[in-house]
Design a protein around this ligand. Structure first.
Ligand code: C2O
Ligand code: CU
Ligand code: CU
Length: 505
């Protein structure tokens, strides 16, 4: 895509790209056509679904003194993704992406993260409630050759979380190259429900990313539009043109938008309904039946799809209303239609239980108990007119208090908002109640332009006046350019700072 040559129309170009995706396709990507960055991409019918969906392995662990110990190593490698050639990628314990970590509420984990890359990185546990010093944000730098070993006790509900690098100013590139993985949490309440939970069989990780490959199969890291990199090839768990063999009547998909900038409106090619059962921070109160589900970068959802023997359907992303102008919708990829994953049901399917009608108890956080209301305006790569400064603490929160954060997007670009350490509830969106899919625990939420979201969250345990957590836009180009701030959680009356960072300046 770097080399833009005239001669092919955009459709023909897209067809070539899509065909190039299959492992056995003979088409090469030499002579890429003119890529009109303003036109919508439509890959319906052009993706060659022929590669079995790769399932990230569950991370192995050992037990030591009551602690579950995992070992992760970030490394460079080469991965066969597209036909044009092997791609230089980064991965964890492998060449691309990482194993799925899994732990239970109450379990103490230690994760030894070794950096075998030739540059510094970090490992952030997105969605996790844990001490700031183990959060893996921009301050917990892991230099090449070093190992970082955070340890904490899981104390939150069952959920689909994820982990990814967070080096200051470099997060987009590190995730785009392939670093990241799922972090599944279990608990007794979730385990007591009749839900599909056989990992890789009827409980499937679906890590969705968009990439742009050049004619050698290398990742193009420079094709940014105004909101970051919008790729034209979708990979799921690192597989292009992926096929999932469905073996049960009901399959649980753990959807993660791990793209750097693109949002997806998930649905199926036959417009079937599916049941959403969980948002970022865990199960919803009850399943909600949908035909479309918007996930912006960093967000997760668990859905259950029912299939009959012998049938197929395609997980697709449909054009979406992000509240943007039509030209910005196009440049952001919101007008694209993208085939993502072919689900192919076998001739006989294992029976599955009906989806429970009640899933979880979520006590609403009480607004009248909030001790503080903070406002955050996201605009022009800044939050409240400030660009991220590693040495500045923007907000000081007192432990064991509830706060309301009013967040809004003050200009015409798409943004979302992610808070470390906590899961929040959405009180209102421009004064209205959130829709069912936004009514559970969230750690990342879309901010349409000029719409005010009121979020409520409670900060418990883990004080550290010298080590901040972060909040930021999860469109990674924006984050890297400074749309991020820092807060510390302190004891009542405790003075914050100075920051105790491992980051080199
Ligand atoms: Cu998913 Cu601050 O990150
Ligand atoms: Cu995070
Ligand atoms: Cu943004």
């Amino acid at each position: 895509m770097n080399d833009r040559r005239p001669g092919l129309d955009r459709r023909a170009f897209l067809r070539l790209t899509a065909l190039g995706v299959g492992a056995g396709a003979v088409v090469t990507l030499t002579g890429c056509g003119t890529f009109d960055s303003r036109g919508p991409i439509d890959t319906v019918g052009t993706v060659d679904f022929r590669n079995r969906l790769r399932i990230p392995p569950l991370a192995e662990s050992t037990q030591r003194d009551g602690t579950t110990v995992f070992n992760l190593t970030a490394q460079a490698g080469r991965t066969a993704i597209v036909a044009a050639g092997e791609t230089d990628t980064w991965g964890i314990n492998g060449s691309m992406l990482g194993p799925t970590l899994r732990a239970r509420r109450g379990e103490t984990v230690q994760i030894n993260v070794t950096n075998e890359l030739d540059e510094a990185t970090t490992s952030h546990w997105h969605g996790m409630h844990l001490p700031a010093a183990f959060d893996g944000g921009s301050h917990q730098t892991i230099h090449p050759g070093d190992t970082w070993s955070p340890s904490w006790t899981i104390n939150q509900p069952a959920a689909t979380l994820w982990y990814h690098p967070h080096p200051h100013g470099q997060t987009e590139r590190h995730i785009y190259r392939g670093l990241g993985g799922l972090f599944i949490l279990d608990d007794d309440d979730e385990s007591a429900l009749d839900l599909p939970r056989d990992y890789g069989v009827d409980d499937i990780p679906v890590i969705v990313q968009d990439k742009t490959f050049d004619d050698q199969g290398q990742l193009v890291e420079t094709s940014r539009r105004d909101n970051g990199m919008i790729g034209n090839t979708i990979v799921v768990n690192g597989t292009a043109g992926p096929v999932l063999d469905v073996t049960a009547q009901r399959t649980r998909l753990r959807l993660l938008n791990a793209s750097t900038a693109r949002s997806y409106s998930f649905g199926f090619s036959d417009d079937r309904e599916f049941a959403m059962i969980a948002s970022d921070g865990g199960l919803l109160r009850e399943p909600t039946r949908l035909t479309r589900l918007l996930l912006t970068p960093g967000e997760r959802a668990e859905i259950i799809v029912e299939m009959s023997a012998g049938h197929t359907t395609t997980l697709r992303s449909y054009p979406q209303d992000l509240g943007l102008s039509s030209s910005r919708s196009r440049s952001t990829g919101a007008t694209d239609t993208l085939d993502i994953l072919l689900l192919q049901a076998g001739g006989s399917l294992a029976p599955s239980e009906a989806i429970p009608s009640r899933l979880a108890t979520i006590d609403p956080l009480d607004e009248s108990s909030a001790v503080e209301t903070r406002e955050f305006e996201l605009r022009n790569d800044r939050i409240n007119r400030e660009s991220m400064d590693m040495n500045r603490i923007d907000d000081v929160v007192t432990v064991d208090t509830t706060e309301v954060w009013e967040v809004w997007n003050g200009h015409r670009q798409p943004h979302n908002f992610h808070v470390h350490d906590v899961q929040f509830q959405i009180l209102s969106i421009d004064g209205r109640d959130p829709s069912p899919e936004l009514s559970g625990w969230k750690d990342t939420v879309y901010l349409p332009p000029d719409v005010r979201l009121r979020l409520i969250m409670r900060f418990t345990e883990y004080t550290d006046p010298a080590m901040p957590y972060m909040y930021h836009c999860h469109l990674l180009w924006h984050e890297d350019r400074g749309m991020m701030g820092q807060f510390v959680v302190v004891e009542p009356g405790q003075e914050p700072g100075p920051i105790d960072s491992d980051h080199d300046h």
